[in-house]
Design a protein around this ligand. Sequence first.
Ligand code: ADP
Ligand code: MG
Length: 213
Amino acid sequence: MTTTLDAAGRRALIETAAAAVIARADELTALDQAIGDGDHGLNMKRGFEAVLADLDAIAAKPLPEGLKQIGTTMVMKVGGASGPLYGTLFLQLGKSLAELAPDAVPSRAELAAALKAAIVAVKARGKSEVGQKTLLDVLAPVQAALAGGADAAALTACAHEAAAATVPLKAIRGRASFLGDRSIGHMDPGARSSEILISTLAAIAGGNSGAAA
Ligand code: ADP
Ligand code: MG
């Protein structure tokens, strides 16, 4: 197992994750057209393109600082609800991993604890809970799987199942909640973008650089 994550490694990680989301902008937008205002793909694309524009500077920083810069970029560049929410997620991941040794790969326990804290922060920011048809419905089960020892393939499967499990939910937060029962039967766009990020990162961690399913 790789024990260091240097600037080149961080660069590859961020670039691959950003590219995976950007490549699925149309799909995310289509999901948001069904139960929102049809901008989620565009919002995420704008945010990750801004991250890519600063890729060298972000990758040169230690992982926690880089994560914080990604968070700040998401807050500033992504419109809508998802900008502050994803921004909060990345900012808190960076804060939680602050003690990480330079170029160290976070351990499973460190990652699980950081994601747990980030989920708490996203909940506070969105005044939301698991079960309300949001990105939290993917992040929370993935955090539990990570804490429970799931490998990369199991994390990818967990994210995929969790995003699919938002289809029958009724939205309680965000624009989709305006639709009430008519939000039932569609996948939550934010849940899908979280799935894409997680499965892409899991594929890299698992030694398979192939993109997310
Ligand atoms: P907007 O809803 O402002 O158009 P986006 O379309 O970019 O923003 O993002 C929509 C996604 O944001 C939803 O699919 C959902 O996952 C997430 N979301 C919206 N509001 C909340 C909230 N209060 N808490 C958690 N997630 C939310
Ligand atoms: Mg939207």
